[in-house]
Design a protein around this ligand. Sequence first.
Ligand SMILES: Nc1ncnc2c1ncn2[C@@H]1O[C@H](COP(=O)(O)OP(=O)(O)OP(=O)(O)O)[C@@H](O)[C@H]1O
Ligand SMILES: [Mg+2]
Length: 218
Amino acid sequence: MTDKQTPLESPLRLTVGNLKGGVARSTTSIMLALALVKRTGQRVLLVDADAANGTSFEWSEYAGEVWPAEVNVVYLPSQMLGKRVREMWPEGHLIIDTGNDSTTLRQALMVTDHLVMPIGATPSEATRLTPTLQAAAEVASIKPIELSILFTRTKPNTISFREAWDQLKQMEGEVEGLHVLDVNVPFQLLYSQAFGTVPTNLGVYPDVLEEILAGGSK
Ligand SMILES: Nc1ncnc2c1ncn2[C@@H]1O[C@H](COP(=O)(O)OP(=O)(O)OP(=O)(O)O)[C@@H](O)[C@H]1O
Ligand SMILES: [Mg+2]
């Protein structure tokens, strides 16, 4: 991977989570990990912590030899996730792909600074974010955590996207530390056909990464 690369001074440690599944958590984890390596040239640990299916891990396995050595993907659907991650990778860039289990999500949040919540662009999906926000609030009572909402599989200019956007923007004002990312991921084959590959075109994910990195200074 050779692009203009600038190492980051402090590591990005984030969890990709939404207790409602099928919202592009794994796709987002993989694409952000690849974007991060492209951006920084630094190593990333991608932990697949989803006990129900190891999509991220399988993705990298399918890619085989073309998978970049800088992105180390491990399958860790462990009760001891927090402890294992601290032992394995106490510093450095870390992305944790989580599943539908709230205990795992809370453990992931304990070893990361940021939760990125992919969400489908319909108002009902916004309502179903509540258990995820509750888990995040429990952790936030112990340590600070930034919260970002990422709309995925969006169809621009639809009423349902606009309604979901308005609903989440309202929530942004009500939930401490919550931020709705400006960049959203459109519904495109580029993403749905990416499984098992290392796409040269990462779509909007490099922009998502930039917005996350800029987050603290907003
Ligand atoms: N932007 C997109 N456009 C079209 N399809 C997408 C997009 N992002 C993800 N998908 C597809 O949506 C499906 C769910 O994505 P993904 O597996 O990343 O979600 P998940 O939240 O990890 O799901 P799971 O509940 O299985 O863990 C997959 O078939 C994926 O290819
Ligand atoms: Mg998944």
